[in-house]
Design a protein around this ligand. Structure first.
Ligand code: DAT
Ligand code: MG
Length: 152
């Protein structure tokens, strides 16, 4: 049986500005992933530097921090069977030009600097990122009657 996991998903400022927040939620919910936490906020430089610590020193880092802080983001936790890999697959490749049609980036984005959405890339990253944005009591445990039709 697959692992139940939590993953941090961010509808980035370009997604919010383009009215794609609902589409991003819908793609992940439609797959069977369950929304367990949600907040709407501007990711300031201090938070961005912790979230993107692995990219510090790279050429695109300053632009990345500017971009993620350029407006409000919808920051979410989704839960489900193999949620981390499932969400990454639905999001698509980092460079939208290489992202498959049917993925969020492949359907709605063109450039790596405007790629709409973040998803955690491993269990360790997910744990770190979820804790960065949410207190434990902000994550809601609940059951959905539909879950037994998604997971056997
Ligand atoms: P992902 O968001 O697919 O996990 P990542 O963790 O490698 O990708 O990079 C984080 C973000 O940094 C990515 O969504 C967009 C930006 N980025 C990555 N590589 C880049 C590059 N070569 N040029 C510009 N921005 C880049
Ligand atoms: Mg990443």
């Amino acid at each position: 049986m697959a692992d139940t996991q939590r993953t941090l998903i961010i509808a980035k400022p370009d997604a919010v500005q383009r009215g794609l927040t609902g589409t991003i939620i819908s793609r992940l919910e439609g797959r069977g992933l369950k929304l367990v936490a949600l907040k709407f906020r501007v990711i300031d430089e201090s938070l961005a530097s912790r979230h993107y610590a692995e990219h510090q020193g790279k050429g695109f880092y300053a632009g990345l921090v500017d971009y993620i802080g350029s407006g409000p983001s919808a920051v979410m936790v989704f839960e489900g069977s193999d949620a981390i890999a499932a969400a990454r697959a639905s999001i698509g490749s980092t460079n939208p030009v290489a992202a498959a049609p049917g993925t969020i980036r492949g359907d709605f984005a063109l450039q790596v600097g405007r790629n709409l959405v973040h998803g955690s890339d491993s269990p360790d990253s997910a744990a770190r990122e979820v804790a960065l944005f949410f207190e434990a009591d902000e994550i809601v445990s609940y059951t959905r009657d539909s879950d037994r039709w998604v997971v056997e």
